[in-house]
Design a protein around this ligand. Structure first.
Ligand code: ACO
Length: 321
């Protein structure tokens, strides 16, 4: 497969750390030193679908693939506007991709890597030729805004890529999951509640994101370097040959710890979390779009993309641009 175009989108409303400090017991200093995050974009007018559509249109325009040639749409999200229809079907309708098969993937912050792996597998079989893959989230609606330990970390956004069966850009891919540790990062769906099951005192209020921050930190700094080492071995690419490591943008301290464990300079790890916080499945494709549009990728460059998150899940790949 080959990436032919990338795109990304953020909501208009910018909320700085100082803005948050006006409405809750936190500070710019606490957030910045613990996470590296300076501000985030929060959806007010936008929805997950509208952000996704904006990112997808930019990726499609750059790719030069026509709407009619698009035959697969795989959207990664945990915060779609509807439980059904899926985000990918909403996108299909909005862009008029009538020849595409569309479905969603739920793999937390690893979602874009899982979408890429799925599209690649389909493209390899020859069943589809041109796929639109994306991560899009409005996590702000899934935060308990009275819980300062989680709500300051996340933001809203979308990132997309158009990938084609022509080319051999993907040199390696690894994925994994550990459901046994899933409770460290979770958000419940609706409880079972019907005519035959109505428990006294049962809360039907929405649930919000709950996280054991230090468990997630430990998971990330152990798992990501291993996943990257495995995928580089699979691809037979020496770590020194990698130009950029595009990691899921959860927290600068995680990225610094991974760089240190891998004995690689931090300059090889570009970031966007200062601007947008943790945008889950949207972070890796948005970062890819940023460095791509800044002209930082040349033919032959080797890059690693790695995601990790709820599930727990992780994925890493090596691309030759
Ligand atoms: N502002 C000010 N103080 C705060 C805030 C806040 N927003 N949040 C928590 N605190 C306080 C706590 O109440 C606690 O106070 P206490 O000592 O009086 O009890 C103190 O700060 C320290 O709290 P900790 O949770 O121990 O803070 P820590 O230094 O561990 O940092 C953090 C928390 C940043 C979440 C850290 O655990 C971390 O980096 N975790 C990684 C997880 C992560 O980034 N998750 C993102 C989403 S998951 C994903 O994308 C895969």
């Amino acid at each position: 497969m080959k990436i032919l175009g990338t795109g990304s989108a953020l909501p208009k409303k910018v909320v700085s750390n100082d803005d948050l400090a006006q409405v809750m017991d936190t500070s710019d200093e606490w957030i910045r030193t613990r996470t590296g995050i300076e501000r985030r974009h929060i959806a007010v007018e936008e929805t997950t679908t509208s952000l996704a559509v904006e990112a997808c249109k930019k990726a499609l325009e750059q790719s030069k693939v026509s709407i009619d040639e698009l035959d697969l749409i795989v959207a990664a999200t945990v915060s779609s506007d509807y439980i059904y229809p899926t985000l990918s079907c909403e996108i299909q309708a909005a862009i008029g991709a009538k020849n595409a098969t569309a479905f969603d993937i739920s793999a937390g912050c690893s979602g874009f890597l899982f979408a890429l792996a799925t599209a690649d597998a389909y493209l390899r079989t020859g069943r589809y030729k041109n796929a639109l893959i994306l991560g899009a989230e409005t996590l702000s609606k899934m935060m308990d805004w009275s819980d300062r330990s989680t709500c300051v970390l996340f933001g809203d956004g979308a990132g997309a890529a158009v990938v084609s069966a022509e080319g051999n850009q993907l040199l390696g891919m690894v994925q994994g999951s550990d459901g046994a540790r899933g409770t460290v990062l979770k958000c419940k769906n609706r409880p079972v509640h019907n005519l035959y099951k109505q428990e006294a005192g049962q809360s039907l209020a929405y649930s919000y994101t709950e996280m054991d921050g230090s468990a997630v930190y430990k998971f990330a700094v152990r798992t990501v370097p291993n996943a990257i080492a495995n995928v580089l071995e699979q691809a037979k690419v020496p770590v020194a040959d990698v130009k950029y490591f595009l990691l899921h943008q959860a927290n600068l301290r995680i990225i610094e710890a991974v760089a240190k464990r891998m004995n690689q300079p931090l300059e090889k790890f570009p970031t966007i979390l200062e601007e947008c916080g943790n945008i889950s499945a949207a972070s890796v494709p948005s970062l890819l779009d940023q460095i791509h549009r800044e002209g930082k990728l040349s033919k032959g460059d080797k890059i690693v993309m790695a995601g990790f998150g709820a599930g727990l899940t992780w994925g890493a790949c090596v691309l030759e641009w």
